[in-house]
Design a protein. Sequence first.
Length: 236
Amino acid sequence: MSDLLRIENVDVFYGDFQAVQHVSLAVPENEIVSIIGTNGAGKTTLMRAITGVLPSRNGRIFFEDEEITGWPSHRIVDLGISLVPEGRKLFNRMSVKDNLMMGSYTPRARKNAKRELEKVYELFPMLKEKAEQSAGSLSGGQQQMVAIGRALMSSPRLICFDEISLGLAPTVIKDIYAKVKELHEGGQTVVLVEQDVKRSLKACSEAFVMLKGQIVLSGKSCDLTEGQIGKAYFGM
């Protein structure tokens, strides 16, 4: 099985503060990989580096063996990497449909926007019913659906979910994870960034635990125990 994404010794800084230190990992094609860690572990920073939002000061990032280190975000999206950001980052005054269409701004995505919109509506029928409502009027779970749908509008080969369950009720989280599983079963490669150890471990084939900007534990989910991850998670 080939790696769709490969990260080699990446360092990311905010000014003089190093948020990610010498991180290396690989994401196999058609798999779900989890990156687990507490708030402030560097998970979101790593996602921003992968998607071109933040530059990496050192190291290299490859997508399908093509180096994308330093590429701008729009070019990375057009290549096939999409992010569902922490906190959703919707345009609350805009309609659900207009928020979704914001995900099809790259040249490749614009050509397929109508087809991808129908696929999003098939995955989340509720969004079609509420297409003309403002995104800000929706519940937290419904807004998360919009954020996922927007990311899918660019026809990504790899989709990264940053804190997908944050602030949502358990029943809603269960539904969202069911949709992630459905996407994966359809051939989607997924990176899950989560604080929830148990749920992440159950969903993925491979897990990486981050602590203070570094990967401190990794392995196949079937080989890792919650106890091992818990100790690494808290630096014990």
